[in-house]
Design a protein around this ligand. Sequence first.
Ligand code: P6P
Length: 339
Amino acid sequence: HAADAQRTDLMTITRFVLNEQSKYSESRGDFTILLSHIVLGCKFVCSAVNKAGLAKLIGLAGETNVQGEEQKKLDVLSNEVFIKALVSSGRTCILVSEEDEEPTYVEPSRRGRYSVVFDPLDGSSNIDCGVSIGTIFGIYQLNDSHEPNLEDVLQPGKNMVAAGYCLYGSSCTLVLSTGTGVNGFTLDPSLGEFILTHPDLKIPKKGKIYSVNEGNAKNWDGPTAKYVEKCKFPTDGSSPKSLRYVGSMVADVHRTLLYGGIFLYPGDKKSPNGKLRVLYEVFPMAFLIEEAGGQAFTGKIRALDLVPKKIHERSPIFLGSYDDVEEIKALYAAAENGG
Ligand code: P6P
């Protein structure tokens, strides 16, 4: 009867989070309400992404975002859906989106205690060729009801109360942590519900995969170049690592979380801070990887200790299996000490 029990005992993401939050006596269900609106946004984007090719949603919207990249209609749509869903939850006060140059300050009558930083459709340059893309989000909580200001979101990632991503790939998978481990939920389209499919995810301590854009090798600094060289030509008699690089952060990080290994987006001579954004790419992924037992490093410090100065600032990032990140930390430390 175990199989029957499982089939009828559907652990949806809402039920899972309610169970988790009910452990905190002061919880009034606000976080659960906020999360249900994020989930609504993910369901909408999942549906739109799956129909994009048919609904001719692809193609340029003509506008450009803060990155100067041309926005695709799906970007614009996804951003609007998430902003509206988050405001209508009545639980947010500041929203920072990769698509908007300025933060959105929620008007007082609809304000709540949470700030959400998010990339509504990361990897969007891959939309037209059908490669997996995703939504990434991080959540900060204001600890009192002061007038929200930029300082409330220029916080180190370790102050986040939750983080997650939704991968729009062969299936639609939402991976979430509220600070007590990592859990994965897969959308069952027939129910329109995210069902718990990956309970208590832990990243392998060491992996056999490295994930980096080798096309930037010419500009890498010493420690990154040395590390990648060791992946390809190990000196300890071990086999070379495999290279897997999708070029869509959510896809590359999801594979790293499940299979182990290391994902690198280093800084280089051309872009000393790399390409990935601190608030809504580096922090949420670092939060999840650490909660799953891995590490996330900027080349100088623990990624979650970084204190951002601007909402769209970038940072180099090396994240993944504990032992693999430890190796590149040692190379940066040696370079620091003139090694
Ligand atoms: P590159 C996608 O545009 C993105 O922001 C991330 O999703 C991805 O990890 C990275 O850029 C890929 O960048 O320079 O390797 O194409």
